[in-house]
Design a protein around this ligand. Structure first.
Ligand SMILES: Nc1nc2c(ncn2[C@@H]2O[C@H](COP(=O)(O)OP(=O)(O)OP(=O)(O)O)[C@@H](O)[C@H]2O)c(=O)[nH]1
Ligand SMILES: [Mg+2]
Length: 459
């Protein structure tokens, strides 16, 4: 845990730019003293009760720098568990930057990315999964992402993990007592009961692991590339989904030469939609380059929307595309269904492996709801909603949980094949270590550095 000789850190905690207010935040034992040396108001900050706000001015080197409101949150009941002082300046680059520089001159150090949250973690106020949730919360792209991050911050995941840890510790102590009294013919627990207890935990770990894919999707979003022959209506679909004329649409095939990316959200899931250049046989150097990029986007995307023109028969480009899909998950859109139909859904399904298909008119706005439904079905695989339960959202969680599950399964096997309780105990201890690592009870400097370096400065 942290000691009083921690240095005092400072950062501008609001985004750089023009705004109503900008906040310069300090944390550490000298926060109050440093701000007091710059602050002129009715009361000194050192005399201010915790969680209070006071009005005054910041004066540095005899010059008034800004008119401010200052709040103080005293240790240990603050974000970082240390003394925290926040100076609410006028927004804009100059005011906050000048106050920041004045604070730095008084001996504070510029905070590293995520250092405030790291101190909250090291001070024992939150565990590592909660610290990670803070970063997810700030970066959440949708309401659902926000809800999931908030529930992780409130400790939903931590509670589940703590309860599993408790049960494992209990199993270990039962094993130890059994071993201590093994001479005396008293059975504190038998292999069967032990296996039952452990398999309950294996199932709970399974449930968490199965939430990973959805957790990742909510957190990071899904990359969707719209691909198809020139002129089938790819850019029209992008514009329709966005509700604005983002991409240029013309009747000239080959209009989109370079890919365009935009974010949309459907049922709380962020989708990064990429409109690509049409695919056809061509010697045009720009089109060839465009096709190379389309190939890149096909490989890079999580799923594809393959678009066909219902008013024309299948062309060479459509078949060429079918060979470029590389085993990716995809959805077929049969566009221009407002025109006289030449290509039927059945014919389209045939060359695209009977993938899910939606009939649309990007021009008239037909079929959007069904399109959204199919898109969601493809990413959630019908797994339904996950607002109510603990969800894991990143690879680190997944790795630790897999380790824990693996060793517990091993323990169950050891017990059922009649090996000694000591063998099972070794595995259980390993599983406990993995869970402790997940929650940050045992972590290396490197792991912490990696996690907090992804935060923004001032958080
Ligand atoms: N009738 C009808 N026309 C459409 C529909 N969708 C797009 N179009 C028209 O088809 C033409 C091509 O549309 P785009 O959206 O530019 O097609 P694209 O696939 O992006 O074409 P490239 O960028 O050249 O690859 C335009 O004239 C659109 O107005 C539709 O559903 N029905
Ligand atoms: Mg286009």
């Amino acid at each position: 845990m942290r000691t009083a000789d921690n240095d005092t850190i400072v950062a501008v905690s609001t985004p750089m730019g023009v705004g109503g207010i900008g906040i310069v935040r300090l944390s550490g034992p000298r926060s109050v003293e440093i701000v007091d040396s710059l602050f002129r108001g009715k009361r000194q900050i050192s005399q201010l009760p915790t969680y209070r706000l006071t009005y005054g001015r910041i004066v540095a080197d005899g010059r008034q720098v800004d008119e401010v409101l200052v709040s103080v949150m005293r240790a240990p009941h603050s974000y970082t568990t240390e003394d925290v002082v926040e100076i609410n300046c006028h927004g804009g680059l100059v005011a906050t930057q000048t106050v920041l520089e004045a604070v730095l001159r008084k001996g504070a150090r510029l905070a590293d990315p995520g250092e405030f949250t790291q101190r909250a973690f090291l001070g024992g106020r939150i565990d590592l999964t909660q610290a990670e949730a803070v970063s997810d919360l700030i970066r959440a792209k949708t309401q659902l992402g926000h809800t999931v991050a908030l529930s992780q911050l409130k400790g939903q995941l931590s509670q589940t993990l703590t309860s599993i840890k408790k049960n494992l510790t209990k199993c270990l102590s039962l094993i130890e007592v059994s071993l201590d009294f093994s001479e005396e013919d008293i059975d504190f627990i038998n292999a069967e009961d032990l296996t039952e207890r452990l398999s309950g935990d294996v199932s709970r770990l399974e449930a968490l692991l199965s939430s990973f894919e959805q957790g990742r999707i909510v957190r990071e979003g899904v990359k969707v590339a719209i691909v198809g022959r020139p002129n089938v209506g790819k850019s029209s679909l992008l514009n329709l989904l966005l509700g604005e004329e983002r991409a240029i649409v013309t009747p000239v095939p080959g209009t989109t030469r370079d890919s365009i990316e935009e974010w949309i959200q459907v049922e709380g899931i962020p989708f990064n939609i990429v409109d690509t250049a049409g695919v056809r046989e061509s010697n045009d150097i720009i089109e060839l380059e465009g096709r190379k990029r389309t190939q890149f986007h096909i490989e890079d995307a999580d799923l594809l929307v393959v678009m066909l023109d219902a008013s024309e028969s299948l062309k060479h480009g459509d078949k060429l595309l079918a060979q470029m899909l590389n085993g990716k998950k995809f959805l077929v859109v049969l566009n221009k269904c407002d025109l006289e139909k030449v290509l039927s859904a059945e014919q389209a399904a045939e060359i695209y492996d009977y993938a899910p298909l939606v009939e649309m008119s990007a021009l008239k706005g037909w079929g959007v709801e069904e399109f959204n439904r199919e898109l969601i079905a493809l990413v959630t695989k019908g797994a339904g909603t996950f607002r109510e339960r603990a969800v894991i959202t990143n690879q680190r969680h997944k790795d630790c949980l897999q380790k824990a599950r693996g060793t517990l399964e091993q323990a169950c096997e050891a017990l059922s094949s009649g090996l000694s309780f000591e063998c099972a105990a070794l595995d259980i201890r390993e599983a406990l270590e993995a869970l402790k690592e997940l929650m940050g009870e045992v972590t290396s400097e490197d792991i912490l550095k990696e996690i907090f370096s992804t935060f923004c400065i001032g958080k």
